[in-house]
Design a protein around this ligand. Structure first.
Ligand SMILES: Cc1ncc(COP(=O)(O)O)c(C=O)c1O
Length: 386
């Protein structure tokens, strides 16, 4: 089956009621037939759900579907995207190990790398997002994994996954790619050599701003390791969220088509305005890594970033003038959303530190929704007028 069909028809077998849509299995545990059934399920000699922190039919249905969409063998679901990031690090790293990470990563991932993991003597080395030689030299005997986002949040920097995967393979380290901005509809990192893919389903996969969730997709062998850690540490996705997200994925392809079409149009129109220093969108030929975008993505995604010439104050003024756009800490929603990272998510960094992670003071991140393109543009245009 092709991806559009998998997203809709990748359903588990039906219950005795022969329902058309997937039913919701809200149960925290499952009944054993007798003592021997209970023993053999715990001993993993016989398959069985046992307990919803271990397994649940709704979560499994979502996992099967997403593993197929990402071209992986297996997957694991978590309560949020950050739980997926943490679970991946915690599964594959021990005290004394090292991470090499792209400098251009989501704020909470940055906090894990600089505040949380050093507590367990796990060191991170940042590398400029597309300096491939720097990745090679940053990887030491202690490095266990390389972590990247492409496109990155919020700078929309791109990394050639195939090129970096070849470096990681030659050094014997795992490559982990946060594929949240592209979704498997537009980019499949495993196809380009990545070992693990991370998602915050809170974004485009739910796509309607209702649930939190995270996913890890990989080979059977690596997901068995994730499972061994996650089953007992407990970052499980709720069956209800899995049910909502799985249903949402049925429309992911058509939603992404419209997100990408609207975002490209807004990026093109913004590029013609005065008072804008630059516009960044992966499928805009002016993007520094346009060739990488064309190679590994089938469309540019739903996010556009741009820089207002007037810096921090113009960024705040732009947000205050918006009428249609929501000012909210999310992205990948049917509703268009605007954020100003320098005064919000990245306000605790110094201007120099922000510059290092590609966030200038006037940078605005737009998550372009599914509203009519002219209504979206009218709002952006009027808010850009000084
Ligand atoms: C690229 C990226 N990865 C991970 C996350 C974390 O996801 P969650 O908010 O579901 O924990 C986010 C959230 O904004 C994100 O943008």
């Amino acid at each position: 089956m092709r991806k559009e069909t998998i997203a809709i028809r990748g359903q588990i077998e039906r219950s005795q009621y022969n329902e058309h849509a997937v039913p919701l299995y809200l149960t925290s545990s499952y009944i054993f037939e007798d003592a021997e059934d209970m023993r053999s399920q715990f001993a993993e000699e016989k398959p069985g759900e046992i307990y919803s922190r271990y397994a649940n039919p709704n979560v499994q249905e979502l996992l099967n579907k997403v593993a197929l969409l990402e071209g992986g063998e297996s997957a694991w679901a978590t309560a949020s995207g950050m739980a997926a990031v943490f679970t991946t690090f915690a599964t594959f790293l021990s005290a004394g190990d090292e991470i090499v990470s792209s400098r251009s990563v989501f704020g909470s991932t940055h906090r894990l790398l600089v505040d949380v993991f050093p507590k367990w003597n796990i060191k991170n080395t940042y590398v400029d997002f597309n300096n491939y030689l720097a990745y090679e030299s940053a990887i030491t005997d202690k490095t266990k994994l390389v972590y990247i986002e492409t496109p990155s949040n919020p700078a929309l920097d791109l990394i050639d996954i195939e090129r970096l995967a070849a470096i990681c393979k030659s050094k014997g380290v795992l490559l982990v790619v946060d594929n949240c901005f592209a979704t498997p509809i537009m980019q499949q990192p495993i196809k380009w050599g990545a070992d693990l893919v991370i998602h915050s389903t809170t974004k485009f996969m739910d796509g309607q701003g209702r649930t939190l969730g995270g996913l890890i997709v990989s080979s059977k062998e690596l997901i068995e390791k994730v499972k061994a850690f996650a089953r007992h540490s407990g970052p499980a996705m709720s069956p209800f969220n899995a049910w909502v997200i799985s249903k949402s994925i049925e429309t992911l392809d058509v939603r992404m088509e419209r997100h990408c079409k609207n975002a490209l149009e807004i990026a093109k129109r913004l590029s013609t305005l005065s008072g804008i220093s630059w516009v960044k969108y992966p499928f805009l030929s002016s993007h520094p890594d346009y060739e990488i975008a064309k190679k590994q993505m089938s469309a540019g995604g739903g996010l556009v970033s741009f820089e207002l010439a007037g810096g921090l104050e113009s960024g705040r003024q732009f947000l205050n003038k918006l009428n249609l756009f929501s000012l909210t800490a999310n992205l990948g929603d049917t509703r268009s959303i605007a954020t100003h990272p320098a005064s919000t998510t990245h306000s605790k960094l110094s201007p120099e530190q922000r510059h290092e992670v590609g966030i200038s003071d006037g940078l605005i991140r737009l998550s372009i929704g599914l509203e009519n393109i002219e209504d979206i543009w009218d709002d952006v245009f009027q808010a850009c007028q000084g």
